[in-house]
Ligand binder design. Structure first.
Ligand code: SF4
Ligand code: SF4
Length: 404
């Protein structure tokens, strides 16, 4: 078996997704198509695209613009919120500059209050979220918010949303979710084909493409690459590397220090549960529902985010992923001052340790590099314990890939 951190050729297309997006948008110039800047998994791309606009995920994962944000926002705020606002107010996120309008959601207190300032920079539509997923009145409220979003994008784009086109968008977005889930599932096999960093880069592009059909083809190309790597016997990690699940706040290029640190210390991040990873991929919009807006409302309300209470969907998802990926240890990342993920970490820890008998590490940090040595010490100690599980697992018969 060859042990190699291979980057498939088509991986470059994922790394260059940002430049591709800008080139594709430049080609659309003069066509009247608008760009909608979005920040969160609760923003329904299907509705945006059905109104002829292109949704793009805006930058918020780097430390650099935070100082600019702190001229307006208090410093004791989550770095994701400050980075998002800093990029916007300093005109350093090209997607923000190119956005015609923004879609925000009242997910957490910091974000919804930050939007009051961001709304001074560009037209901003704020979707109001209920705080629970299971009550009928929550769905009724959210359904009306979905309709209100539809009206807003129609006005902002000058297009009328055709229900058949909306159904087409639902189908293609479901297809993208299924393909992305299939890609993520490759990492569940005994022989892990790519690092967690590579997988994160691939998954991040889910919200940065102009042409959905071309993106579907790119995902299919990547699946073919993974199949070829598998047939050639590649492995990104040594056989005994502990298999780690990373959950918690969103991470991405620039805010991936914990992910990188785990892998530098010898862990294999085989599963990213957070928003830039698997969260939401199992949730499909019902293609047969007569009212596509209602189908969209139902699906998006089930997003297992800590802003919901209770957030049982996250614990259930973690239960499934721990089994599917044969996890040896779970790391839960909380960005400093994120109260909802911070409090929920206790519930996740109880479940991981008591129900699954696995080691659990809760990390609370920010985007700076000031704590990397302290982090390294904690992660090394954690991986040593997770490594005992890995040794026991590798001593057992290996699972063939087609059994995943
Ligand atoms: S963690 Fe929640 S609030 Fe943050 S991006 Fe994901 S869904 Fe949105
Ligand atoms: S990480 Fe937490 S505090 Fe920050 S934007 Fe997301 S939910 Fe809000």
């Amino acid at each position: 078996m060859e042990s190699i951190a291979l980057k498939p050729d088509c991986f470059k297309k994922f790394e260059n997704a940002g430049e591709r997006f800008q080139l594709d948008m430049a080609e659309l110039e003069g066509s009247g198509r608008k760009v909608a800047g979005v920040y969160c998994l609760f923003a329904p791309s299907e509705i945006v695209r059905a109104a002829g606009a292109v949704p793009v995920s805006l930058c918020g994962k780097k430390e650099k613009p935070i100082a600019e944000a702190e001229r307006t926002l208090p410093p004791n705020l989550c770095p994701l919120i400050k980075s998002s606002y800093g990029f916007a107010v300093s005109d350093t996120c090209p997607y923000f500059v190119g956005s015609d309008f923004l879609i925000g959601e009242t997910t957490c207190d910091g974000k919804k209050k930050m939007y009051e300032f961001m709304g001074r920079l560009k037209p901003l539509h704020l979707m109001h979220l209920p705080y629970t997923t299971s009550e009928q009145h929550a769905l009724d409220f959210w359904y009306r918010e979905i309709l209100r979003l539809g009206k807003f994008v129609e006005e902002a784009t000058g297009w009328t949303i055709d229900k058949d086109h909306l159904r087409f968008q639902i189908r293609i977005h479901n297809q993208i979710r299924k393909l992305a889930r299939r890609i993520a599932r490759f990492q569940a096999a005994d022989r892990v084909l790519v690092s967690g960093s590579v997988m994160m880069t691939v998954m991040e592009t889910k919200s940065c493409f102009v042409h959905p059909e071309a993106y579907v083809e790119l995902l299919q190309e990547f699946i073919s690459e993974l199949e070829a790597m598998d047939a050639a016997g590649y492995s990104a990690f040594e056989p005994g590397a502990p298999r780690i699940l990373l959950t918690g706040c969103p991470v991405g290029n620039g805010s991936d220090k914990v992910l990188r640190m785990i892998e530098q210390c010898g862990g294999a991040v085989v599963c990213l549960e957070n928003c830039s990873g698997i969260k939401g991929l199992e949730l499909l919009v019902d293609e047969d529902e007569e009212d596509p807006y209602l189908a969209i409302a139902r699906r998006y309300l089930q997003t297992p985010c800590s802003c919901m209470t209770p957030n049982n969907g996250r614990l259930a998802l973690l239960d499934d992923l721990i089994g599917e990926y044969r996890i040896d240890g779970v790391v839960d990342l909380t960005w400093q001052c994120c109260h909802t993920y911070n409090i929920e970490a206790r519930l996740v820890g109880e479940s991981v340790e008591n129900r699954h008998g696995l080691p659990f590490l809760h990390v609370e940090t920010d985007y700076s590099g000031s704590d990397v040595e302290q982090l390294r010490t904690r992660i090394e100690a954690f991986l040593e314990i997770a490594g005992w599980n890995a040794s026991a697992r590798t001593a057992a018969p290996q699972r063939p890939r087609n059994a995943v």
